[in-house]
Unconditional design. Structure first.
Length: 222
């Protein structure tokens, strides 16, 4: 073991903190991105042409904002929102500061996933809800957010897996995590064994997310 992974053994005490930092950023930014993405996704659906709360101005503005932030490569997005990051987190360096670009980069992606999942709902169900006299808010709560939960979970699962890759990138701004270790030791010091172990750990995290997503999809499919 020592012969094949000498650097891993030497820096073994740093792995627990790196794993914790990665999970911390994944959970916090994941929750915030999901809430914001779901909200934006619902607004996009209800304000689009023919929507239950049609508003072309709101839809056009929000649609373009989502497209804009989805089109910016994450590694470019991080310095682009540095001013906002400093205003919110008080710094552009560190784990908490990394949450800002992570949420900004992930929420639009989740919004599109939520929009797609909601649009897959049978239009007949919406028509029946309107015929029953349900208000727009009741339709949102009882129909749009309930009729395709498996589709929403699939979208969130895909987004969380992508988020893991973005968390690795924020290691470049001193956010910590496995990405930071890969850069400091694997890239700058050419410690290939550390890079290998980090890749395995990231694959394990992604596999757990996928398994959890598949489990929840199975439980909510009826």
């Amino acid at each position: 073991m020592a012969a094949y992974f000498p650097n891993v053994i030497m820096y073994a005490d740093e792995f627990p903190q790196a794993i914790w930092d990665t999970i911390y950023m994944l959970v916090i930014s994941g929750i915030l991105s999901t809430i914001l993405g779901l909200l934006i996704g619902v607004i996009l659906v209800v304000t689009r042409r023919g929507g239950i709360m049609e508003n072309r101005v709101v839809f056009w503005i929000l649609d373009k904002i989502v497209n804009l932030f989805r089109s910016i490569p994450f590694i470019i997005l991080v310095p682009t929102v540095a001013v906002l990051t400093r205003w919110i987190a008080g710094s552009t360096i560190g784990r908490e500061a990394a949450l800002v670009p992570l949420v900004i980069g992930t929420a639009p992606f989740i919004a599109r996933q939520m929009e797609t999942a909601i649009l897959e709902i049978d239009p007949g169900i919406l028509e029946a809800s309107q015929a029953m006299g349900l208000s727009p808010w009741e339709i949102i709560g009882k129909v749009l957010l309930r009729e395709n939960i498996p589709g929403m979970i699939r979208g969130i699962t895909i987004s969380m897996i992508a988020l893991v890759g973005q968390i690795a990138i924020v290691g470049t701004i001193g956010a910590g995590g496995l990405g930071d270790m890969a850069i400091r030791y694997g890239l700058y010091r050419s410690m290939g064994d550390i890079t290998f172990v980090i890749i395995v750990l990231i694959l394990v995290i992604i596999s757990i997310i996928q398994l959890l997503g598949d489990f929840l999809v199975t439980k909510t499919t009826h």
